[in-house]
Design a protein around this ligand. Sequence first.
Ligand SMILES: Nc1ncnc2c1ncn2[C@@H]1O[C@H](COP(=O)(O)OP(=O)(O)OP(=O)(O)O)[C@@H](O)[C@H]1O
Ligand SMILES: *[C@@H]1O[C@H](CO)[C@@H](O)[C@H](O)[C@H]1NC(C)=O
Ligand SMILES: *[C@@H]1O[C@H](CO)[C@@H](O)[C@H](O)[C@H]1NC(C)=O
Ligand SMILES: *[C@@H]1O[C@H](CO)[C@@H](O)[C@H](O)[C@H]1NC(C)=O
Length: 350
Amino acid sequence: MERKAQESRKGLTHREVPRVVGLLLAMALMNVVLYLCFDRFFISPQHSTKDPRSCPYGYFKMGQMKNCSPWLSCEELRTEVRQLKRVGEGAVKRVFLSEWKERKVALSRLTSLEMRDDFLYGLQMLKSLQSKHIVTLLGYCEEDNTILTEYHPLGSLSNLEETLNLSKYQNVNTWQHRLQLAMDYVGVINYLHHSPLGTLVMCDSNDLPKTLSQYLLTSNFSIVANDLDALPLVNHSSGTFVKCGHRELHGDFIAPEQLWPYGEDIPFHDDLMPSYDEKIDIWKIPDVSSFLLGHVEGSDMVRFHLFDIHKACKSQNPAERPTAQDILDTYQKVLNLLRDTVMSQTREML
Ligand SMILES: Nc1ncnc2c1ncn2[C@@H]1O[C@H](COP(=O)(O)OP(=O)(O)OP(=O)(O)O)[C@@H](O)[C@H]1O
Ligand SMILES: *[C@@H]1O[C@H](CO)[C@@H](O)[C@H](O)[C@H]1NC(C)=O
Ligand SMILES: *[C@@H]1O[C@H](CO)[C@@H](O)[C@H](O)[C@H]1NC(C)=O
Ligand SMILES: *[C@@H]1O[C@H](CO)[C@@H](O)[C@H](O)[C@H]1NC(C)=O
């Protein structure tokens, strides 16, 4: 840029000089402003630090609420919550956008009594695991088989591509924000693996779309776990391991130890199927993270830097896979490294 400026100065008449100098000064000033701004742009926006844990057990806070409010009772759910429209449905719950005191909320209803045990287990988990990683519980009524949670208009992670494709979200459709989402996701898994109840495994995740549908994207572009119906407990010291369901599983999204190990000659039998631990969640992280990184400028550069840790996640031997914390640390290092690289490149350009 400097050389260009000098070259263009050669053939100038004396009259033109003050105008050009003014222009150059303006450009220099702009560069300084840009340079100062880059520091801000490349610091990732602070994710919501709003933490439902700041309320005691049995209370919640959401949005602009100043005080913690007790979970809504059956009576309050029946009289104060107005059901508006259905926004989702799974095997266990039918979810309705609803209104409570002029706030949007999500009312989940049990779909069928056969699923009641899963429904109640999920509710128990929601109650016990309230934190920034889990959707905020607002109330429940076991008698009516209803659960009230905070509503997230951007819906589940299944909608991520459509959401980030909208012009109003173009500014967050960057590798930085998408890597931050992957960190949020691994953060949730890490929380479940070290939860107040012990090591919990996210079983409802036999394929990528299913896995994505268990998490919600908040308006602040962070990720919370929503569906906790299939979250069994592993206890290494007592030798308690888990099985995700009682049926034979197929495909390469699930971890190899989830596959029937005895070949086609011996028919699948649940009693003979070995159990496994939380490392099945680790196996799935590269696929979920790769989805979250998407295909924007810089995604492949991030993938390249995550290659080794993701390869380790795919170790056939579960014990050789890293922990969620290891992965989180690596993601953070890569984020820092790439952010610094981009910043110094930008500075060189200026
Ligand atoms: N709080 C919420 N805000 C916005 N959308 C929601 C909310 N809760 C649920 N949904 C939508 O409803 C869908 C189904 O919810 P959920 O996963 O809880 O049902 P489920 O019956 O337990 O599903 P599964 O078949 O996986 O067990 C979600 O994938 C999501 O799209
Ligand atoms: C998003 O963040 C803002 C400010 O940090 C907070 O007031 C708001 O409640 C958050 N919204 C959600 C849905 O978490
Ligand atoms: C993104 O938007 C473009 C046009 O705006 C459309 O062609 C494309 O299919 C969209 N992609 C997704 C994943 O929605
Ligand atoms: C795991 O098992 C051990 C030994 O039986 C027990 O002492 C411990 O409380 C269990 N941990 C959890 C989280 O259940």
